[in-house]
Design a protein around this ligand. Structure first.
Ligand code: PMP
Length: 288
């Protein structure tokens, strides 16, 4: 595997950044997770827009244009002879002195890893995933805005650890108000009486690319799509629930907090949306 760092490709074992990079020292940086389907990078310009917004939000000056970053993503896929895969794009603040100040940093690093990912076993896509609500709350907008896809993912990792300690692979995080925010690395949707709901980004979730695509597809398929706050109660009593993310794609959630959701099996609307999503991903995207 070849890893892209600032314009050059390196063998996996030779792909290195400095231990003085504030990305390593303080989690000071941003990232994107992008998918390649049948030689097309899914919604690449939107991913790059989100990356540049994350950069803007943390005052990280990007020395590359959006087009240069997109070209580097496509080149990484070609270099690794991928037609399907997962691309992890990282921008770190760069090398600096010890101490938090980003003003000491120069030379931000653009790293692109083009590889494969399987977040959940196939069986869970067929039968559905079970999750538990964890005590850790999603970051507040007033602390670390959840819209920033930053290199500091400890909020999500702590939640994941809590779920794993309780014997679950996935968790639901609530926000400070007790409303549903999202899962450790995925957005949440519920279906009740034929209407599809997802929390607004003000609830503390990432503005997911898969979330956006599913919202568009739900409307195209003729379902009413509503963005509004909801609570665990609404998930427990929903007819269907599913999670969305670039790595996870769309996965049914069939149990939360030991309550089966709906019939306890993946729902019909969920299955329709999965089929619709699978159709668009192979045709929509930037050709590498
Ligand atoms: N929420 C969080 C916290 C995430 O990290 C991600 C991406 N893994 C998502 C939601 C889903 O976003 P996307 O569909 O853009 O991958």
């Amino acid at each position: 595997m070849k890893v892209y760092i600032n314009g050059k490709f390196y063998d996996k074992d030779e792909a290195k950044v400095s231990v003085f990079d504030h990305g390593f020292l303080y989690g000071d940086g941003i990232f994107e997770g992008i998918r390649l389907y049948s030689g097309n990078v899914f919604r690449l310009p939107m991913h790059i827009d989100r990356l540049f917004k994350s950069a803007r939000a943390i005052c990280l000056d990007m020395p590359w244009s959006k087009q240069e970053v997109m070209d580097a993503v496509c080149a990484s896929c070609r270099e690794n002879k991928l037609t399907d895969g997962y691309i992890r794009l990282v921008v770190s603040r760069g090398k600096g002195a010890l101490g938090l100040s980003p003003l000491t940093c120069s030379d931000p690093q653009l790293v692109i890893i083009a590889d494969q990912i399987q977040l959940y076993p196939d069986e869970l896509y067929t039968n559905g995933l079970k999750a538990i609500t964890v005590p850790t709350r999603r970051n507040s907008h007033a602390a670390l805005p959840p819209m920033v896809k930053s290199l500091n993912y400890l909020n999500n990792i702590l939640a994941k650890i809590e779920a794993q300690n309780l014997g679950y692979s996935e968790c639901l995080l609530l926000n400070q108000e007790g409303n549903v925010a999202e899962c450790s690395g995925d957005n949440v949707f519920i279906v009740s009486e034929g209407v599809v709901y997802t929390p607004p980004t003000s609830a503390g979730n990432l503005s997911g690319m898969t979330r956006r695509a599913v919202m568009e597809l739900a409307e195209k398929e003729g379902f009413k799509m509503v963005e509004r706050d909801f609570t665990r109660y609404d998930v427990w009593t929903a007819d269907e629930c599913f999670l969305t993310g670039t790595a996870a794609k769309i996965i049914p959630l069939v149990e939360l907090d030991k309550r089966p959701i709906g019939t306890g099996k993946p729902g019909e609307i969920t299955k329709k949306l999965i089929a619709a999503f699978n159709k668009i991903v192979s045709v929509e995207g930037v050709k590498i």
